[in-house]
Ligand binder design. Structure first.
Ligand code: ADP
Ligand code: MG
Length: 617
């Protein structure tokens, strides 16, 4: 049955696929052992790779513990929390950037360039160094090459952030078979997919971020119903709070203000983190620092600690309530709660979660490892190592619906593992529209007429609304047998219509292969490459024109400011040139065009003048 889902499209022969948790603070790599997922240690036995990258004196990027060491000695050449910058433009992260000790090179709004020493790197290049470290740890562990991975990303990551993560993988020499949502990975690690049906809340309190996600499990497939959180809330806030206390203490006891002493601060930070982590298991500990012969020690009880951090823990509760609300659920409808992130080891956090969700959360797995373990489970499923799991295979062609102008909006992409599900919200194009035609198509081409039509049905009697106001939710669900179920729902009235389609029906292997070949010829990669190439050609033209203009007297008529604006735009265009992004190249071309307007005008005048000179009146 459904032969279409079992064709081998020449994927590389099986190799080890690892699962990677690329975290804001810490990263891990895991694999599927015979029976269960395991985190892979580095050659020194450490399981966690700090997500810190530094440019060494020798001009090489180093990641992990080596990078973290350089936070002490070379903060300006060291990058942490790069995950916050992934897929972002400089304008998106202005506030964020002020908190970092490293510098951002003057860059276009679309791409951030991080300045380390005399070199610049994009966030994916920095992330790639962390991935290289994880990859090499795995290779040392297995004694063989590792080239394929599953990488986890926050559920709220948008397309650009996901793409940036994939780019990081590619730069590191890893084929990213799939990006998995972090909460989904956590639920997989706990084997919650075996339940088949249910609702799972994943509470993730890490170093610098807090995420709450609500997943719906339907026939063993996870769907993210809602996410919420705080991008600046986590263990770091607790560390800062304790650090402030320790700084006040040392100021009084030593009569010395350490708050501007970078080295002392880093050492003190380590001391408070150690005390904090101990308090998760013991009722009392001390913060200790020895610095240039001076000693500092303060006893800290868990009781006082809990008093101090209560406001921080409380800040996680409102996002949880909002998330439950956004998912359209009551707290009683949540079946399982999973704890993720190192900061959920804190007993007070566990109590708060239990109280809010009125259920004992899962804590059996190590909360710092659980995402990586889930990624390893997913990796093993993709590698075909796990056979008792759901029948997972891939959709050979993308599935989507026709939207305005006959353009296809893809909901499930080619090579997605089945079972799979996706939901997207559409709107109406016509004033007072009452019926919506749902046209389901299969294929890789951009226009519906070039794809294969699978089904058409009407969602009738929706509320008449002004164009663009109606909200129609379309949900695609492919079950393990390759049966596609399409549901369209008017969100306002709840009216819905669904239809079952067998996407594989009636297509021979040859036809499928032909469609893919055609799509490879015409769509996606080639299409993108063509767009990039076209943009580069245009860039060549304008760059050459600017180069020529430098010899023109019109160039001399510009003032310094105008000339340097052009120089900057030229540099930005050169930087964008190889970015593999035609939109970025075009944006820079437009910018260069704008700043050279005066120059072009001057040149025109010069040309007219010299033409006039030659004319006999
Ligand atoms: P991220 O997902 O942001 O990369 P992690 O999940 O690795 O972060 O969590 C890191 C945070 O967990 C740090 O703030 C660390 O101090 C904290 N942490 C680790 N172990 C403990 C512990 N035993 N008690 C309290 N906090 C801990
Ligand atoms: Mg994490």
């Amino acid at each position: 049955m459904s032969p279409m889902f079992q064709i081998d499209f020449g994927r590389p022969v099986r190799s080890r696929v690892v699962g990677i948790d690329l975290g804001t603070t810490n990263s891990l790599v895991a694999y599927m052992d015979l029976t269960s997922p395991k985190v892979i240690p580095d050659p020194g036995g450490s399981l966690i790779v700090p997500s810190v990258v530094s440019l060494s004196g020798a001009g090489e990027l180093v990641a992990g513990n080596e990078g973290r060491q350089m936070l002490l000695t070379d903060p300006e050449r060291t990058v942490y929390s790069v995950k916050r910058l992934m897929g972002k433009g400089a304008a998106d992260v202005q506030d964020e950037l002020q908190l970092f000790p490293f510098h951002i090179a003057s860059a276009s709004d679309a791409v951030i360039q991080i300045e380390l020493g005399d070199r610049t790197f994009t966030p994916p290049e920095i992330s790639a160094q962390i991935l290289r470290q994880l990859k090499s740890n795995a290779e040392a562990y297995f004694g063989e090459r590792v080239t394929q991975a599953v990488i986890t990303v926050p559920a709220y990551f948008n397309d650009a952030q996901r793409q940036a993560t994939k780019d990081a993988g590619r730069i590191a020499g890893l084929e990213v078979l799939r990006l998995v949502n972090e909460p989904t990975a956590a639920a997989l690690a706990y084997g919650l997919d075996k339940r088949k049906e249910g609702v799972v809340a994943v509470y993730d309190l890490g170093g610098g971020t807090f995420d709450i996600s609500i997943l719906k499990l339907h026939q063993g497939i996870f769907e993210v119903l809602a996410t919420n959180g705080d991008t600046h809330l986590g263990g770091d806030d607790i560390d800062n709070l304790l650090l402030r206390i320790a700084l006040e203490d040392t100021a009084t006891e030593w009569g010395e203000d350490l708050s501007t002493n970078h080295e002392a601060i880093q050492l003190l930070r380590r001391a408070v983190i150690e005390a904090k982590e101990q308090l998760s298991t013991v009722p009392v500990t001390s913060i200790r620092l020895e610095y240039h012969g001076k000693k500092y020690e303060r006893e800290l009880t868990r009781e006082l600690f809990e008093q101090l951090i209560t406001p921080i823990v409380d800040r996680t509760l409102a996002p949880c309530r909002n998330c439950i609300h956004d998912a359209g659920l009551n707290v009683e409808q949540i079946d399982e709660v999973v704890l993720v992130g190192g900061s959920t080891r804190i007993p007070l956090v566990r109590q708060a979660v239990e109280k809010l969700f009125r259920a004992k959360p899962h804590t059996e797995l190590n909360p710092e490892q659980v995402v990586a373990l889930g990624a390893a489970v997913q990796a093993a499923i993709l590698a075909g190592d796990v056979t008792d799991k759901l029948l997972l295979d891939v959709t050979p062609l993308s599935l989507g619906i026709e939207t305005m102008g006959g353009v296809v909006s893809k909901l499930i992409h080619r090579n997605s593992t089945i079972p799979a599900s996706a939901t997207e919200v559409f709107t109406t194009a016509v004033e007072g529209q009452r019926n919506v035609l749902i046209h389901v198509v299969q294929g890789e081409r951009e226009l519906a007429r070039d794809c294969r039509s699978l089904a058409r049905f009407d969602l009738k009697d929706i509320d008449p609304m002004p164009a663009g106001m109606a909200r129609i939710e379309v949900r695609f669900l492919i079950d393990a047998n390759g049966i596609l179920n399409v549901t369209a729902r008017d969100i306002r009235t709840g009216k819905e219509q669904s239809m079952e389609v067998k996407p594989s029906y009636g297509l021979t292997d040859e036809q499928v292969e032909a469609m893919i070949r055609e799509s490879i010829d015409l769509a996606e990669e080639d299409f993108k490459a063509r767009q990039v190439r076209e943009a580069q050609v245009e860039a060549d033209t304008i760059l050459a024109a600017v180069e020529r203009a430098r010899d023109n007297e019109a160039w001399l008529e510009l003032d310094d400011e105008e000339r340097s604006r052009i120089e900057r735009a030229v540099n930005e265009l050169l930087m964008a040139y190889h970015a593999d992004d035609h939109l970025l190249i075009r944006a820079q071309i437009d910018k260069l065009n704008t700043v050279t307007m005066k120059l072009a005008e001057n040149m025109m005048n010069t040309a007219v003048r010299s033409a006039l000179k030659g004319t006999k009146i």
